[in-house]
Each structure stands twice: as structure tokens, then as C-alpha cells.
Design a protein around this ligand. Structure first.
Ligand SMILES: Nc1ncnc2c1ncn2[C@@H]1O[C@H](COP(=O)(O)OP(=O)(O)OP(=O)(O)O)[C@@H](O)[C@H]1O
Ligand SMILES: [Mg+2]
Length: 421
């Protein structure tokens, strides 16, 4: 038997790896990196050059946002339409890209243990996209392939919220019926299960896992909603143009949906769209807000705008007001956002999670009074509207939390023994 096993949480925003020592039965270290890849535009011939994680952000920003910056790569795993992309004259499919992140994590961990560990329990959301099983299978197949490319040979998959639950189990003293919610950047996952510290190590856990579910809404959705409501007005949403004299029209709102998600932002690279935008600008009488849109697109400012949006969101987890500010080139945004305004902006996303949770409890016949405790994890669990949602739905329960960014990876590692023959 190999001495070590890795628990790997490949996330939309962050990826973590927990090193589990199978002899000592404990985690000896945990590594976390942002799930980001950057390919600089100037490459050395015949040599691929890319950077991962924090360095990817630093290099991309210091290169004035040129080159290819890849974010939220997990979201392309279930997309049939994504076949491959060409970067520096080399083709990359979804697995190739994901493998770069897994390889980075594996490399760092192998260095710590001084050994090439090939065994991993890899997390997966309950649903990668929606309930389409074909897409789901495609996503897991691609993730499996990525793990192989990264050098793993013994690969198991476990639901991410079950990983979170196993981490929580290490902290409790008695048997509990626990509702676990893992609220990440891309998805929100639930599991309802019996946790029992006296059963740690027991193989017979199947009946303890009573229900799992999930929805494709997470922190990225909140940031998109914020961009739509609070960001796009600074980039010309509601601009009037007059291509036919005497017939003023509003620039189509659909144009702005393209700057609200990271992947759609690439769409603007098409020459036709760029020409349309130039036309609207001209016929709007050179509206300065519309000029901001041109500056945003021409200079690839998308990521940095989203960084400001995330900053506002994070500041609002501990404060009742925060600034939404962004100053670059001619763009100058400075607006005070109150927590109540923020809650309105994300209300639809919160509602979707709330409705899904009700449905989950009802379909799985879970009576809230049977739940003994709640365990929330993932970066988005810190959003105050999310905390309020759980407080309102389960006023009789205390909300427990652990390490929001490492719990899943740790629990995946702890759950590894379940796969042993
Ligand atoms: N202090 C905070 N307050 C609110 N949101 C936060 C905070 N810190 C991080 N986030 C958000 O949490 C999300 C990332 O959380 P996490 O690392 O758990 O996701 P992930 O595991 O990468 O995603 P997924 O599990 O959906 O694949 C991002 O949307 C980020 O903006
Ligand atoms: Mg996660």
C-alpha cells in the first residue's frame, strides 16, 4: 500500500490538496491555489510557458492583461461545445487545461513528501451543470483524464459535500444528523447524512449518507448579478443612440449580458461585435459611458473589474456599507453600496438556492426538525444573505463552520479509506 493519499478539491475558484498519511491516519499538510492559468502572449519558441495560481494573476496584471488568462475552468468540463482551444500554437482540450492545475498541486505536494504519489480521491460537485446525466458523465470523464495526465493512476471520485461532511465529523463528539452545504464559486452542494465520530474508519457508511443534491449557483453568480445591476450602467447600459434622426433607441440590453460572465466576455473579441459597438458609440454622440465599454473590451479589463466586484462582496460580509470602486484609464467608478442594496442585487440568486433547498428537503423527505446541526462551508457561505437564509430556514439550529477553503479537500482525504478493498 502506498503510504500517502491525496484528497483533491478542484474548485471553480480555488483548488486544494490535502496530504493524508495512511500510516499515521492523519493529514500532514494542505495546499491551496487559485484555479487560474495564464499563458503570456510572448512565448519562447517550442517551449510552452504558463503560470498557475497566484502567480497567474500577478503575471497577467503585470503584462497589462495581454495573453490568455483562464478562469473558472471547471465550468467548461460539462460543456459539449468546448472541444479545444489553441494557445501558443498548441491545442488544449478541457482535460489538458485542468491537468495543469492538478499537476501544479501534485508537484507541490510531492515535493513535501519527497515521493511521487499517484493515488487520489478527487471531489466532484453533485451536479456539474444541471441534471443532464450525459453532461455530468462527460465532465467526470474529462476530470478523470485530467488526473491521469497529471500523473495519478489510482483515482476515485467523491461528492464534494460528502468530503466537507467528513471534515466536520472530525470535530464532533456525538452522533448527529447533519445538513451540509458547500457554497463555492460555481455550485452550491448539499448532503444530508448521519455523522458519528465512533464510526470514523468503519466501511459501513453507505446507509449514513441519506441524500445529496446541488444547484449551479455560487459566488460567481452573485458577481455576475452585481455586474449586471451595478457595473453595466457604467459601461453604457441604458445609453440612447440615434442611427435614424428623430428615432432615439436604447442600446440592446443583451449586449451587456456579454460582460457579466467571464466566459462570455471573450465573445466581444469578434470583429463584428466590435464594429457594432463602435457604431453605437458614434450614434450615441460619443457617450462617455459607452466609451468605457470600448476601453473595457479593447484592454481586456474584465478580470480586474470582477476583482473589484469581489472585493465589494467580501467587504460586505463584515460591514454594512462598502465601496464599489474601479479606476483605470478613463473608467472611474466609485459608488457606495449598502448591504441592503447588495442583498437586493443577489436576491434572485439567493431565491434560487432557497427554492432548491426546499425542493431538496421535500423530495428527500427530510423534516427540518430531524436535523441536529448545520455545517456550512465554501467561500460563499460567508455572504451575509446566505447566513440569513439558513438562519431563517432553520431558526432552531446553530450554524457550524470550519475552514471554508480546505474542509472539502481534507474530508476527501479522510474518506479515502472507504474505497479500499
Ligand atoms: N470573505 C468572503 N465573503 C464572501 N464570499 C467570498 C469570501 N471569500 C471568498 N468568497 C467567494 O467564495 C467563492 C470561492 O469559494 P470556494 O473556494 O469555496 O469555491 P470553489 O470551491 O472554488 O468553487 P466550487 O466548489 O463551486 O467549484 C468565490 O465566489 C469568492 O468570491
Ligand atoms: Mg468548492
Amino acid at each position: 500500500m502506498d503510504r500517502y493519499l491525496y484528497g483533491i478539491d478542484f474548485g471553480t475558484t480555488n483548488s486544494a490538496l490535502a496530504i493524508f498519511d495512511e500510516e499515521k491516519k492523519e493529514i500532514i499538510d494542505t495546499i491551496i491555489i487559485p484555479s487560474l492559468i495564464y499563458f503570456p502572449s510572448t512565448s519562447i519558441p517550442n517551449q510552452e510557458k504558463y503560470v498557475i495560481g497566484d502567480l497567474a494573476i500577478e503575471s497577467y496584471l503585470s503584462d497589462q492583461m495581454e495573453g490568455r488568462f483562464i478562469k473558472s475552468i471547471k465550468q467548461i468540463l460539462p460543456r459539449r461545445s468546448f472541444i479545444e482551444t489553441r494557445i501558443q500554437n498548441k491545442k488544449y482540450n478541457a482535460s489538458d487545461l485542468v491537468a495543469l492545475i492538478l499537476k501544479e498541486l501534485k508537484g507541490k505536494a510531492d515535493k513535501i513528501i519527497g515521493y511521487n504519489c499517484t493515488k487520489a480521491v478527487i471531489g466532484r460537485p453533485v451536479f456539474f451543470d444541471d441534471d443532464d446525466t450525459m453532461k455530468d458523465t462527460l465532465a467526470q470523464t474529462r476530470l478523470n483524464k485530467a488526473a491521469q495526465i497529471a500523473g495519478f493512476t489510482d483515482i476515485r471520485f467523491q461528492f464534494e459535500p460528502i468530503g466537507a461532511a467528513f471534515a466536520y465529523e472530525k470535530t464532533i463528539q456525538k452522533k448527529e444528523n447533519v445538513l451540509v452545504a458547500d457554497l463555492g464559486g460555481g455550485t452550491t452542494d448539499f448532503t444530508y447524512l448521519i455523522l458519528d465520530p465512533s464510526k470514523v474508519g468503519s466501511k459501513d457508511r453507505k446507509n449514513d449518507m441519506m441524500a445529496t443534491g446541488g444547484i449551479y449557483v455560487g459566488g460567481d453568480s452573485f458577481d455576475s448579478s452585481f455586474m449586471w445591476e451595478k457595473g453595466t450602467p457604467y459601461f453604457g447600459k441604458n445609453t440612447i443612440y440615434e442611427a435614424t434622426p428623430g428615432k432615439p433607441l436604447t442600446v440592446p440590453k443583451s449586449l451587456f449580458a456579454n460582460i457579466c460572465t467571464w466566459d462570455k466576455m471573450n465573445f466581444f473579441n469578434s470583429l463584428r461585435i466590435k464594429k457594432d459597438i463602435q457604431d453605437y458609440y458614434y450614434y450615441s454622440g460619443n457617450d462617455p459611458k459607452f466609451k468605457n465599454l470600448i476601453t473595457l473590451i479593447d484592454n481586456n479589463l474584465g478580470y480586474s473589474v470582477f476583482q473589484s466586484i469581489e472585493k465589494t462582496k467580501i467587504a460586505l460580509t463584515n460591514n454594512n456599507v462598502a465601496d464599489f470602486s474601479y479606476t483605470k484609464m478613463d473608467i472611474d467608478i466609485n459608488e457606495e453600496i449598502s448591504l441592503s442594496i447588495y442583498n437586493e442585487v443577489v436576491a434572485k440568486d439567493i431565491e434560487r438556492i432557497s427554492e432548491y433547498l426546499d425542493e431538496f428537503l421535500s423530495i428527500k423527505s427530510i423534516n427540518p426538525t430531524d436535523i441536529d446541526s448545520l455545517f456550512l462551508t465554501g467561500g460563499t457561505s460567508m455572504v451575509s444573505a446566505i447566513q440569513n437564509l439558513f438562519k431563517t430556514k432553520f431558526p432552531h439550529l446553530k450554524i457550524n463552520s470550519g475552514d471554508n477553503f480546505k474542509s472539502v479537500a481534507k474530508g476527501l482525504a479522510y474518506s479515502g479509506y472507504l474505497f479500499e478493498d
